[in-house]
Write a protein that binds this ligand. Structure first.
Ligand code: ADP
Ligand code: ADP
Length: 228
């Protein structure tokens, strides 16, 4: 579904962030990218929505070379969740969640209905939270709104960069559990970046273990942990 063919990224200052990456993420598969800080995980992920352009190789989604796709159109097919969720502070939770469908030209009522469904899916009662503003939420709740917003337009692909990193360990586990339940229901093709091997193992169908600028192992959690 997402295919990396000998992809490399060298930044203008000469830093080689990743080199010769070749791997495939299957449709509906959740692949975690794990490794220490600075090994190229975020660079890998951001090349999928063309926020970063590779300097060699190519990336295909459903067989299509993404360098030929208009980046704005591409990004509407790809949900994106980051650690410090950039919610719009002056929009309610419901309107934040409805952002992408609205941009895509959905009717306002339909976009808001969809947003309410998604809030429900991530465990936030829309009647209770829909009319709040981001500053009236806890960190964990904001992360959930970020996930709901990323899913609102039903993109086939979801990119997540340390999505549960900014919350305390208890809330993190809760969010991970809920996310897994949700993924069972919606089956997105997911790339999820984390520096936490436990999280990578817990969430990933397969795990890409990074060394400096390359993937050293790409396998199931059992194989990565060395158990059959
Ligand atoms: P990770 O997500 O694993 O922490 P990154 O993909 O963010 O790693 O970074 C990989 C390498 O590329 C690091 O050495 C980082 O310093 C470097 N890097 C990231 N962004 C830039 C940039 N815009 N210019 C130069 N080097 C960068
Ligand atoms: P979490 O452990 O999920 O991060 P917090 O301790 O931050 O939770 O918040 C606990 C509760 O307080 C949450 O239900 C949240 O809705 C509520 N809350 C937090 N900040 C505010 C605020 N500024 N206004 C209203 N309610 C808030």
């Amino acid at each position: 579904m997402i295919r990396f063919e000998q992809v490399g990224k060298r930044y203008p200052d000469g830093t080689t962030a990743v080199d010769d990456l070749s791997f495939e993420v299957r449709e509906g598969e959740l692949v975690t990218l794990v490794g220490p800080s600075g090994c190229g995980k975020t660079t890998t992920m951001m090349m999928v929505n063309r926020l970063i352009e590779p300097t060699s190789g190519r990336i295909l989604i459903d067989g299509e070379d993404i360098s030929t796709v208009d980046p704005v159109k591409l990004r509407r097919r790809i949900g994106y969740v980051i650690q410090q969720v950039g919610l719009f502070p002056h929009r309610t939770v419901l309107d934040n969640t409805a952002t992408v469908p609205t941009l895509m030209g959905w009717k306002r009522t339909r976009a808001r209905e969809r947003a309410a469904e998604l809030l429900d899916l991530v465990g936030l009662d829309p009647a209770l939270f829909g009319s709040r503003y981001p500053e009236q939420l806890s960190g964990g709740q904001r992360q959930r709104v970020g996930v709901a917003r990323a899913l609102a337009a039903d993109p086939p692909v979801l990119l997540m960069d340390e999505p549960f990193g900014a919350v305390d360990p208890v809330v993190r586990e809760q969010l991970q559990d809920e996310f897994l339940r949700m993924q069972d229901a919606v089956r997105k093709t997911v790339l999820l970046v984390t520096h936490d091997i436990e999280e990578a193992v817990r969430l990933g169908d397969r795990i890409a273990v990074y060394g400096q600028g390359r993937i050293e192992q790409f396998d199931t959690p059992g194989a990565v942990l060395g158990t059959p």
